[in-house]
Design a protein around this ligand. Sequence first.
Ligand SMILES: Cc1cc2nc3c(=O)[nH]c(=O)nc-3n(C[C@H](O)[C@H](O)[C@H](O)COP(=O)(O)OP(=O)(O)OC[C@H]3O[C@@H](n4cnc5c(N)ncnc54)[C@H](O)[C@@H]3O)c2cc1C
Length: 459
Amino acid sequence: MAFLNHLKETLPDVELILPSDKTFADLAKLYTLSDTSTPLAIAAPRSIDQVSHLIKAAHTHNAPVSVRSGGNDISGRAIVNNVLTIDIRALNHITIDREAGTATIGGGTNFETLAAELDRNGYMTPCGTIQWIGYVGWAILGGYGPMADKFGLGIDNLLGAKLVNAEGEVVVADEELMKGIRGAGGNFGVIVEATIKLYPFNRVLAGSILFDSTNLDELMTKYLSGIDALHEASDYPAELSVQPMWVNSPMGQIFGAVFFWADSDHERGRIYVEKIASLANAVMNTVSVVSIPEFLASVAPLVPRHAYTTCRSLSFTKMTSAIRKVIIESCKRMPTMQGPALTWHELPACSPSVHKSSSLPAVFGARRPHFVLEVLGNVVDPEHVREVAEWAESVKVELESQAAEDILDCKWVPLTPTKGLGSLDKLFGEENAAFAKKLKTDRDPNGVFRYALPPLTIE
Ligand SMILES: Cc1cc2nc3c(=O)[nH]c(=O)nc-3n(C[C@H](O)[C@H](O)[C@H](O)COP(=O)(O)OP(=O)(O)OC[C@H]3O[C@@H](n4cnc5c(N)ncnc54)[C@H](O)[C@@H]3O)c2cc1C
């Protein structure tokens, strides 16, 4: 209470929203409807100076804070009971440096705002597929998406950052901090600005290809062996990304692939549209030349804006026949209401993020080629939460029992509940875990940012 009173008295210009305020429910709403945490209050700073004043007050009162941007953490960990939430969505400025080929963006900028501004200026940068996700929140925990094959994960496009550190000072991140931020995220400060890499084109070939899914066994066998054959060819293009997805659609359950060709040579890309569409019986193909904002807008209606969530995720090094079998059986058992889905990202060997020479220093642990399976236990109707949760957990358990030797120790933080993350050694590797822990002790000794992801206290 003393902390809250201090904020009210000393920072009258910073918008402070209390749980009793009318606007609170709207402002506190996250992607997940399952989290019921109530923060001490939400502070909505409008400038970097205001963030600095807030953290100085937190430091004086030895009070921790949490940081909220897009609000898409599946477990809702941006809001913590009785802890001040700093909502940085108003920090969404974007400055493009054409000479350097970079943009400096506010720490609360989401993909939609970023992609629109870059598009107006003839650029693009890797991002995820859901437009309301915060760029920084996405990039600091890995940052998977359709451009990772060609240009690398979010962490490898995050060149620099400006932080408000644990004492409330505004600092430019040094190399040590950048290495820590790339994987351990907001553990060392509020990232008020990020400098990111740009690519000088803004039209790609993208869309969805849906397949006749009446015989799932046959379809998946054809599709997956076809994708394997493409990968094995010596001319497999890094520009190509296909994200497979099993979803409940108005037409019933259907298997499709989000196709993305990350290059301006659309003619070459069209060859691969044909190759993917002919892997099985395609019943719909929306792939066309689009801008990134158009691509993001086309994906948005496929995903509920808010859902009850019990997602699970596992990463594995190869798509073995045992894993395929579990995936196919899990698709067949997936509950049929709006929300649940099964999909996977692939980080192939051609991605710059798996090569030491082209990736940036990071504590992030998943640096080898791998697949990240997303078991999206999302559901809009609260009546079905239990059924969907049981399905999501059963997929994970089944995979762990059938494919233990191919599963990476390193969990994907955004889709893994904190208690399932395992040890920091497993998450980052021993050397990086020791580095991150020391950095935390040096830069945030009192744990102002102890609620950042992943918690650096996990053993
Ligand atoms: C529908 C959906 C689809 C998704 N698809 C993908 C995908 O394709 N690829 C992928 O990689 N991920 C995906 N994710 C996961 C998402 O990228 C992560 O959960 C990400 O952390 C969300 O960031 P946010 O800012 O939107 O969320 P928030 O919940 O606001 O932030 C998550 C955490 O990031 C930290 N944080 C955010 N911004 C800052 C900052 N400026 N300074 C300090 N700390 C900060 C905080 O610790 C916060 O707890 C998806 C999530 C959802 C809900």
